[in-house]
Design a protein. Structure first.
Length: 198
């Protein structure tokens, strides 16, 4: 988290020099940044332990720029179960760690949101991974490595209404748009009833 950089891509000392490499820009708007900052403060008030609290670096912004939609990275240990940060995707630079003691607690914590797009299960024993991974309610589960939501040559979806009908670009998107479903092969993706809807 300490290495995460954010700011405005044109905030450079030398206009002729290279643009900075940034990990994050602004959140969708200032209201979302304020909401997420409030959730972090509430989680800490209720017992979460802040492992890292970043700060906005003035040198990474344009002079006079409104930075209200930006949020510095935060890492929290054990946000309380009542906090949205315990079970919901924050859609911002907030990372949380939830400690568990048993496999049952691990699965309960991973499935707290009742469905995810991607998940990762890291363990040294392949048999343990094979036993637990199918019990994780995620569209994709990685073994020891983070899964991407944008793997271009494989399906992209979720559970329930989460990203209904979504799939990634590349060959799968071209095939779905140009060929549509057939009797032999439905359109790839997480569509209702597994068809392309008009």
């Amino acid at each position: 988290m300490r290495s995460v950089t954010l700011g405005h891509p044109l905030a450079v000392e030398d206009p002729a020099g290279p643009l900075p490499e940034l990990d994050f820009g602004p959140l969708i708007n200032a209201a979302k940044a304020k909401e997420l900052t409030g959730q972090v403060a509430e989680a800490v008030d209720r017992g979460a332990i802040p492992l890292h609290r970043g700060a906005l670096d003035p040198g990474r912004f344009l002079p006079g720029q409104d930075t209200g939609a930006y949020m510095a990275p935060v890492a929290l240990l054990n946000p309380p179960p009542s906090s949205p940060l315990h079970h919901a995707e924050p859609f911002g630079p907030v990372d949380t760690i939830v400690l568990v003691d048993t496999e049952a607690e691990l699965l309960a914590a991973m499935n707290a949101s009742n469905g995810a797009l991607v998940a990762t299960l890291s363990c040294d024993d392949p048999a343990t991974y094979e036993r637990l991974a199918p019990q994780i309610r995620a569209f994709k589960t990685g073994h020891g490595t983070p899964r991407s939501r944008g793997d271009r040559q494989e399906l992209f979806g979720g559970f329930g209404a989460s990203w209904r009908g979504a799939f990634v670009g590349g060959e799968l998107l071209v095939r779905a748009v140009t060929q549509g479903p057939s009797a032999d092969e439905p359109v790839p993706g997480n569509f209702p009833d597994h068809h392309l809807m008009p």
